[in-house]
Write a protein that binds this ligand. Structure first.
Ligand code: HEC
Length: 151
């Protein structure tokens, strides 16, 4: 048994090396991560619409998409650290020049996605519609000013 513990110990030590590196995130990885979170939000919005507007029948899935949007919406505010303005990114440098205004838009996203989650949980249809509209406006409001337009 003792002998077998050694390779396991080595494996743990090796795994600990990338774990330690996470504390200093490379800007390229931070950019990849924010794109992944943004894409995830987009996928949940698409799925939410298909259910909410009756194109598919999975009403019982609505809560999961709304909750995911609320969780991800709360993350947006930390996805734009300094140093991630350059590289493979469509984020405009204006973000880091207008931090107050940008943070407000990230806060709007957090608030509207939380409202959507709560309205869905309460089975409040008009509230759900209103919150979904506000959520869409918050995505668009930020993209219009702070994301490079499509070529
Ligand atoms: C506070 C500003 C802000 C809000 C709010 C916001 N986004 Fe974004 N989003 C950005 C920026 C900036 C980028 C460009 C990121 C990059 O290329 O590094 C982006 C990129 C994206 C992308 C492209 C990701 C990729 O792979 O290139 C998608 C999709 C997206 N957002 C969806 C959404 C959806 C859906 C919402 C609302 C639920 C939303 N965003 C809300 C700022 C925002």
């Amino acid at each position: 048994m003792r002998r077998r513990a050694l390779p396991a110990l080595i494996a743990c030590t090796t795994l600990a090396i990338p774990a330690a590196a996470w504390s200093a995130t490379a800007p390229a990885d931070a950019i990849k991560y924010r794109k992944a979170v943004m894409s995830a939000m987009s996928a949940h919005v698409s799925a939410f619409m298909l259910v909410n507007f009756g194109k598919v029948e999975h009403q019982d899935h609505l809560k999961a998409h709304a909750s995911a949007l609320a969780d991800l919406g709360a993350q947006a505010k930390v996805l734009f650290p300094a140093g991630t303005d350059k590289g493979d990114t469509d984020a405009l440098p204006l973000i880091w020049k207008e931090q107050d205004q940008f943070r407000k838009l990230a806060a709007d996203l957090e608030a509207s996605s939380a409202k959507l989650r709560d309205a869905v949980a309460a089975n409040d249809k008009p509230g759900t519609m209103a919150a979904f509209k506000a959520l869409g406006e918050s995505c668009k409001g930020c993209h219009d000013r702070y994301r490079k337009a499509d070529d």
